[in-house]
Design a protein around this ligand. Structure first.
Ligand code: NAP
Length: 245
């Protein structure tokens, strides 16, 4: 595989694993981050040390102006985009719905839903054959929470992932004829900073058939497959990677 990919939230956790695997498979990788530049630079250094190509790219995906600047920077330092992984996401406050603050709700939807759609908008403007591009692939990172309703206190988060999955299907319908495939990966509990000890314990008790939580690499493998020519007939679908939960 070759081409240029932006991985939002590529500096830590699942996003960092996706950056590493796509770089190893020949992509030049834009490692996006919101706040921790040093984490993104460390992923970039690791990829370069292994002989790959990567650049750290700042940009809060919940901010429309920053999203525009992120893609413009990628054009400049990486070249024509051929793939996007909408991975950046936050859980927001762990809270019952009756205790939610409106501003916190707006923020989680801004990052998880609007961020995904705004980045997809920028990507299609570059990749669509209708816009003079060469086609490409998009993978959105959802969660099994879209189906289960989420762990206690994460109902709003689950709702954002439901929106991500609906968007995945609709957007795939919209751009399939322009050479762009759009899919989602729905991880179960995965060992990253996002997964607190309490969340991991709850997930362990809720029936993971394979008896362990996921590793970031488990999720990254599915993303790499969806972007690869091996998945050239796959679009508008959600691949669940959850150990059977
Ligand atoms: P994580 O360890 O918390 O890492 C989050 C990454 O996203 C970091 O690189 C962070 O960069 C970046 N980020 C956060 N807010 C951002 C924003 N507004 N704009 C751009 N980047 C932003 O998370 P993770 O566990 O790897 O989760 C990655 C994705 O998988 C998310 O969409 C999450 O919902 C989904 N997921 C995770 C699990 C799980 O159990 N871990 C399960 C199902 C689904 P900074 O450090 O610079 O903020």
């Amino acid at each position: 595989m070759s081409g240029v990919v932006i991985v939002t939230g590529g500096s830590r956790g699942i996003g960092a694993a996706i950056c590493r695997i796509l770089a190893a498979r020949g992509y030049a990788v834009g490692v996006n981050y919101a706040q921790r530049a040093e984490a993104a630079e460390s992923v970039v250094a690791e990829i370069r040390a292994a002989g790959g190509r990567a650049e750290a790219l700042a940009g809060d995906v919940g901010d429309p102006v920053a999203v525009g600047a992120l893609f413009t920077a990628a054009d400049r330092v990486l070249g024509p985009l051929t793939a996007l992984v909408n991975n950046a996401g936050i859980t927001g406050d762990v809270s019952r719905v009756d205790a939610h603050e409106p501003a916190a709700l707006e923020r989680i939807f801004a990052v998880n839903v609007l961020g995904t759609i705004l980045c997809a908008r920028e990507a299609v403007r570059r990749m669509s054959r209708g816009h003079g591009g060469q086609g490409g692939g998009i993978v959105n990172i959802s969660s099994i929470a879209a189906r289960t309703g989420g762990l206690p206190g994460l109902t709003a988060y689950a709702a954002t992932k439901g929106a991500v999955e609906s968007f995945t299907k609709g957007f795939a319908n919209e751009v399939g004829g322009e050479g762009i495939r759009v899919n989602a990966v729905a991880p179960g509990m995965t060992a990253t900073d996002m997964a607190t000890e309490e969340m991991r314990a709850l997930a362990a008790r809720s029936g993971v058939v394979l008896g362990r939580i996921g590793e970031a690499e488990d999720i990254a493998e599915a993303v790499a497959w969806l972007l690869s020519p091996a998945a050239s007939y796959v679009t508008g679908t959600v691949v669940t990677v959850s150990g059977g939960r």
